[in-house]
Design a protein around this ligand. Structure first.
Ligand SMILES: [Zn+2]
Length: 289
């Protein structure tokens, strides 16, 4: 009888522990989605509207743009995450503007431009590529880029403007926290298509545990993001900053090898939220379920 009571007490305590965690840490949502808004810096009004979005959106700011610094400062004050949106040469000869990283640059010049870009945008936590269908296919510049980001403890998101991109291969070689973009929200600027892509991203986040979507500060995109909350609830997905979804590839592999940690280890797994290890935490918890 005493044993039965003790068992029930233990069960109750475990339940209470889990309930408390799930209330105070919405990490128990089924999926996690990061939405990065690219090309911030040229348009002040649309940039401000992006900053005003409610929730953990991430803003990727172009260097040396008329309003880039002001918008990055403003977004930072509002608790948004900032990335450098680094212009890279593309296969269509689209102009890159100042700060372009160009195919054919020597290492010293490449690093000088990259460092100027990093210095120009305040509060950055990571970098993604603006265009780059040509440069991201090239091994050496991608290696220089990833080594520099690693030295500065910045993560990289591959916007994937080329199917032959070498960016993540080079990032993974040196275990730089990095990931690829899963969904482009607004290749087509119609409300119905943007909503369709948003739902694709939410379903992906739920199926895989997490996903990264990239959009632009178009009025049509912002209008859909301004009414995102009910969709997040419907799909049981939590909006997170891009840094919360980063993990070195080796950490992901280790987490696959880790089977069902005992429940008394959960607090240790949980407590130190290093954003770069969030994938590891999520995967551990998922296995335990
Ligand atoms: Zn861009």
């Amino acid at each position: 009888m005493l044993k039965l009571i003790a068992n029930r007490f233990a069960l109750g305590a475990a339940f209470l522990f889990l309930a408390t965690l799930s209330l105070s840490h919405p990490i128990f949502a089924q999926g996690h989605l990061a939405v990065i808004i690219d090309d911030i810096g040229y348009n002040l009004a649309l940039g401000k509207r992006t900053v005003d979005l409610s929730g953990d959106f991430t803003l990727a700011v172009l260097p040396f743009t008329p309003h880039g610094i002001e918008l990055a400062e403003r977004a930072h004050r509002r608790g948004k995450e900032i990335m450098l949106h680094a212009p890279m040469s593309n296969r269509h000869n689209y102009p890159l503007g100042r700060g372009g990283l160009i195919s054919g640059m020597q290492r010293a010049e490449f690093l000088a431009v990259l460092r100027q870009n990093i210095a120009n945008v305040p509060h950055i936590k990571g970098v993604n590529n603006h265009m780059g269908s040509l440069l991201t296919e090239q091994v050496e510049p991608m290696r220089w880029l990833m080594e520099e980001l690693k030295n500065r403890q910045l993560y990289f998101v591959d916007s994937r403007t080329s199917a032959q991109t070498q960016a993540l291969i080079m990032a993974e070689k040196i275990q730089l926290p990095s990931r690829r973009r899963d969904v482009f929200l607004d290749d087509e600027r119609s409300s119905s298509k943007i909503k369709y892509q948003l739902i694709r991203a939410l379903k992906l986040a739920r199926q895989r545990g997490s996903a990264i979507a990239i959009g632009h500060p178009y009025p049509e995109t912002l209008a859909e993001l301004e009414r995102l909350q009910p969709l997040l609830e419907q799909y049981d997905v939590q909006l997170v900053k891009a840094s919360q979804l980063m993990a070195p590839s080796s950490a992901i592999q280790q987490s696959n090898a880790c089977i069902a940690p005992p429940i008394n280890l959960w607090p240790q797994v949980w407590v130190p939220i290093d954003p770069f290890s969030l994938d590891l935490v999520l995967k551990s918890l998922k296995v335990a379920h």
